[in-house]
Structures are given as structure tokens and as C-alpha cells.
Design a protein around this ligand. Structure first.
Ligand code: GLC
Ligand code: CA
Length: 558
């Protein structure tokens, strides 16, 4: 890669619109709310805004259950509000990426409603219906959100497949009419000025049609059948078609969310020579502080595992694709609460996480609120949680006899709701997010952690993010450099070097509340400071004395 594509030196801001900013005092974030905050977003140094879905939806899964792909949900505003938002984004020299939920629709989508009417409906084959087996589900596949992946429809005496919630029936991409519908939707929004797509759960498009039974999970009749539906070869074909027919001719950029990725598949999706996708975020990258795929079985962060995972993806994708770099998103608890020390070093550790992640190779994705060091909301009651995954897991936990106290902590620490509380704009009532009680309660600490108090404080997390995005821009070592992790087994230090022709940098991060000293590798004696989170670093005779949670990036032009 000698010349960067525009999105390779860009920074992305991810918005969860329902919780971003409420412009009309109904307690729900909306599109006008996004438009009102565009100057704020621009001031961070952002090039691309990606918003999670804001389409008509019964909101069974945070809007990822779309009932009408071409209509803005009334609580988010109107098509005029959308036009105004996108014009505002473009007027500020930014671009807009839309979330496209292509693996499934809502069960309230007109296609599914038609499909339910009769086996002869042309819409019936838009979805996957199967007869039962021995009076039970067609297979023992588990839904990602708990329970069976099949739901019975008495009127048809058939089951339909839903890898996610039962209100999210999976689309059947083997029906060419479905693919045509997808093209039409993608073109519809491209006509309205969208610059790219974030493709949701898109590596599940193809399911093995015989639905073999799988090994059940302990204590459950159901098992995860990912080997039969994740990243099947047919998915590559679908990506190539999308690329050739829609994305490339219209100059749209793509990033896909992909779980259960191996090296070959990742390169297959993202190698520019193959014409499939522009970039990926390996979704399971952050599964480093839990048992297997069970986020509600937390483990303390094992830094060496995190480094191995990051290092692996850096080398897999170097020259073979492009990565989205992220420390959080709407499907994760807050990064600061999880990987930092929000109690003793909230500001420093929030900055460290940015320094540790965003000098890697890839495009920084900044999830709303991480740039001001927002934490998990620390709710006092189970009734404050909203997310379908959290509520299903809670029900299963309580059914097993777990205590409510245990689940209050688990949901506070681990649920997706952790990242979905309203943005803390100010110390005003309701965190300045709304003038009325919001759909979800604000973080308990919004009076101390909010954008307004950070705005003019040069040492705030917010101003660190601004500096970081500014200094990283255009650096050859950041855009093109290879990545080498050092001190791989050290449980507290994350250190890596980025090397390009004529330029190198080193990012040094002390993930601990203790002081640590670290001998700089040869050649860094004369390095210049690019950014740090504790003022001037203490460097003597080639040794840097790191304070708790200190993060430093040094650069050498050679
Ligand atoms: C993706 C989304 C998540 C959603 C799921 C099903 O993982 O990021 O929020 O629940 O897909 O659409
Ligand atoms: Ca509103």
C-alpha cells in the first residue's frame, strides 16, 4: 500500500443515536440531536460518523431489528432531519457511514408478515422456514441471545430461524430476490448521500441448509452452531457481488463486523485485491476478560492475551487488509470500567486506553462517550437495564438460582447497557442529554464526568483525544508501518513499535497502579515526545520511569 485510501487516515466516531442527544425533550436521542452536536464531533478530529440504526423498529434489539429499511423511526425524526444531518456532516468535510442490518429483519417487517401468511407467498423464501423434527425444533441450534434459534409458527406448522432474538428472523440470501432487495436499499441510501456502510453480523449470511445438530452447551439442550453458519465460503461470493454491483461503482466504503474469524477468512474478506470489503473489526478481539464466549463469566483482564490478540490481528492484516481499531462500542461495557482503573486513575487510564489502541495500524473507531472517559452507569436496580441480551441472561441466571445481587453486578459490569446510557453532556439534570427523564437512566457519575467540564480543561480526557487524533494524522509510521509488540509476557506493560521507512514510533503503556521502569530499545535515546498522559516523561540514561497508568508515545524520524 503506497498511497493511503481516504479512509485509511481517517478517524470514525460511532453514535448510538437513542442515547446521544435529545433535541426535543421526549427523552430519546434523535437525528436533530446529532446535527446539533456536529461541531463537537468535528472538534475531536473526526472524519467519518457512523450511526447505529435509526429506522422504524419495535426496538427488540436496540434498533438492530429493522421493520422498514427506508423509513426513519418517528422518535428519531423525519427524512428532512436526515437530509439536514447529512448535509451538515458533508458541510464540515466529514462523511457518513450507515449501519446496514442485512442478516435479519424484524418480525414486524412487511416481508416477514407476508411470509407468515402462506407457504406459497413469494416472501416465504425470504426467510428460513423448516418443518419440525420429531415434534421439536428442526435442529438444536442455540440463539446468540439465549434459548433456541428456532421459533414455531402454528399457522404454518413450521419453525423459522433466528440466530439472534426471536423477533429477528434471519433473511435467506440464497433467494436472489433478497439480494436484489438489499441492493435496492443500499442504493436508496447512497442516493441520499451516504458514503459507506457498516455491515452488521454480516458473516452469518450463509447457513448450511441441512442444519445439523451440534454439541449442546452444558446444562442446555442447545448448542452454538457457529461452525455451520459463521464465515462459510458462500459469504465471500455475496461480498464480491455487493462490492461489484453497489459499493465499488458508487464509491462506498465498507466495514464489517465479523466474529469467529481466522486468518485466512479475514484476508479473504479484506484483501484489497479480492474486492470484497474495505475493513473489518474482529468482534471477538475483546473477549479477553471472560470465559470463552460467555461475557457473563468475567475474568480479570489478562494483558498478555490482549497483546497476543492485537499483535495477531496487526500482522494478519498488515498489507492484507485493514482493521477498525476500537476499545468499545454499543455491544460492550465501557472500556474504562473494564480495562482501566475508574476508581483511582479514571482520567489517566482513560487516556492510556486511547494511547494503547490508536497508534496501531487501522482506523480509530471512537465510541461516543469514551472520549470523555464515561464509565459503566452503575445502576442501583435491575429494572434499569433494557437490553434483550442482558434481560435474557438475567432470566436464565435467576432461573438457575443465582441471586439478584450477583446479577446486578454482572449486568453493571458486563452488559451492553454499560455503553448505552445517555451521553453525559453536562452536570445539568439528566446529564444535559434531555430536559426530561430519558429512556434510559444516565450514568450515576455524570456530575463529575461530562463533556462540559472537560471542554476547557487542557488535561481532560476529551482534550487528550483531540490531541491524539491530531498528532497521529498523516504519520507514515501510523498509516503504513509494521507493528512489533515487545514485552509480550509482561502482565502490566503494553509496548509496541511501529516502523515505516524513515519513521518509527513506540507506544508505551503501564496498565497498572504501580510505578514501573522500562529500558527503551536502542535507537530511541533521541526520540521525541509525540503524546503522553502525565506531562513530560521521566527518561534517564535510556530508562523511562513510568508512573501509575502512564502512557507515552515517542517518535523518531530517521
Ligand atoms: C451486531 C450488533 C448488535 C446486534 C447484533 C444483531 O452484533 O452490533 O448490537 O444485537 O448484531 O443485529
Ligand atoms: Ca428526542
Amino acid at each position: 500500500m503506497d498511497k493511503a485510501k481516504w479512509w485509511q487516515d481517517a478517524a470514525v466516531y460511532q453514535i448510538y443515536p437513542r442515547s446521544f442527544f435529545d433535541s426535543n425533550g421526549d427523552g430519546i436521542g434523535d437525528l436533530k440531536g446529532i446535527t446539533a452536536k456536529l461541531d463537537y464531533i468535528k472538534s475531536l478530529g473526526i472524519d467519518i460518523i457512523w450511526s447505529c440504526p435509526f429506522f422504524v423498529s419495535p426496538w427488540a434489539d436496540g434498533g438492530y431489528d429493522v421493520a422498514d429499511y427506508r423509513s426513519i423511526a418517528p422518535e428519531f425524526g423525519t427524512m428532512e432531519d436526515f437530509d439536514e444531518m447529512i448535509a451538515g456532516i458533508h458541510a464540515r468535510g466529514m462523511r457518513f457511514m450507515m449501519d446496514f442490518v442485512g442478516n435479519h429483519t424484524s418480525d414486524e417487517h412487511a416481508w416477514f408478515q407476508e411470509a407468515l401468511k402462506s407457504k406459497d407467498s413469494p416472501y416465504h423464501s425470504y426467510y428460513t422456514f423448516r418443518p419440525g423434527r420429531d415434534g421439536k425444533e428442526p435442529s438444536n441450534w442455540a440463539s446468540i441471545f439465549g434459548g433456541s434459534a428456532w421459533e414455531y409458527v402454528p399457522e404454518l406448522d413450521e419453525y423459522y430461524l433466528h440466530l439472534f432474538a426471536k423477533k429477528q428472523p434471519d433473511l435467506n440470501w440464497e433467494d436472489p430476490a433478497v439480494v436484489q432487495e438489499v441492493f435496492d436499499i443500499l442504493n436508496f441510501w447512497a442516493d441520499k448521500g451516504v458514503d459507506g456502510y457498516r455491515l452488521d453480523a454480516i458473516n452469518y449470511l450463509y447457513k448450511e441448509p441441512d442444519f445439523p445438530d451440534v454439541e449442546p452447551m452444558p446444562g442446555s439442550p442447545y448448542g452454538f452452531a457457529t461452525e455451520h453458519y459463521a464465515n462459510k465460503p458462500k459469504v465471500h461470493e455475496h461480498f464480491r457481488t455487493l462490492h461489484d454491483k453497489v459499493m465499488a461503482p458508487r464509491g462506498l466504503t465498507t466495514v464489517a463486523e465479523v466474529a469467529y474469524l481466522d486468518e485466512e477468512t479475514a484476508r479473504g474478506y479484506a484483501d484489497p485485491a479480492r474486492g470484497e470489503l474495505d475493513a473489518l473489526y474482529p468482534f471477538d478481539l475483546l473477549n479477553v476478560d471472560q470465559e470463552g464466549y460467555d461475557k457473563f463469566s468475567p475474568l480479570p483482564l489478562d494483558l498478555p492475551s490482549l497483546k497476543r490478540a492485537l499483535s495477531h490481528w496487526q500482522s494478519v492484516m498488515h498489507d492484507h487488509g485493514w482493521l477498525a481499531l476500537f476499545i468499545g462500542n454499543h455491544d460492550q461495557p465501557r472500556a474504562l470500567s473494564r480495562f482501566g482503573d475508574e476508581e483511582h486513575y479514571p482520567v489517566r487510564s482513560a487516556k492510556l486506553l486511547a494511547n494503547a489502541m490508536y497508534f496501531l495500524q487501522g482506523t480509530p473507531y471512537i465510541y461516543q462517550g469514551d472520549e470523555i472517559g464515561m464509565t459503566n452507569p452503575h445502576y442501583a436496580s435491575l429494572s434499569q437495564f433494557k437490553d434483550v441480551e442482558a434481560l435474557n441472561a438475567l432470566r436464565e441466571g435467576l432461573d438457575r438460582g443465582d441471586s439478584e445481587e450477583r446479577w446486578l453486578k454482572l449486568l453493571n459490569d458486563r452488559s451492553r447497557d454499560g455503553g448505552r446510557a445517555p451521553f453525559s453532556w453536562s452536570a445539568d439534570e439528566y446529564a444535559g442529554f434531555s430536559t426530561t427523564k430519558p429512556w434510559m437512566d444516565p450514568c450515576t457519575n455524570y456530575k463529575d464526568i461530562n463533556a462540559a467540564i472537560e471542554e476547557d480543561d487542557p488535561d481532560s480526557v476529551l482534550n487528550f483525544y483531540r490531541r491524539l487524533l491530531k498528532v497521529r494524522k498523516g504519520l507514515p509510521a501510523v498509516i503504513y508501518g509494521s507493528t512489533e509488540f515487545l514485552e509480550m509476557d509482561d502482565p502490566e506493560l503494553m509496548v509496541y513499535i511501529r516502523r515505516a521507512e524513515g519513521q518509527e514510533l513506540i507506544s508505551i503503556n503501564n496498565f497498572s497502579g504501580s510505578e514501573r521502569s522500562y529500558r527503551l530499545p536502542a535507537g530511541y535515546e533521541t526520540a521525541e515526545l509525540l503524546i503522553s498522559n502525565c506531562g513530560d516523561p521521566i527518561i534517564k540514561d535510556g530508562v523511562i520511569d513510568l508512573r501509575p497508568w502512564e502512557a507515552v508515545t515517542l517518535i523518531v524520524n530517521c
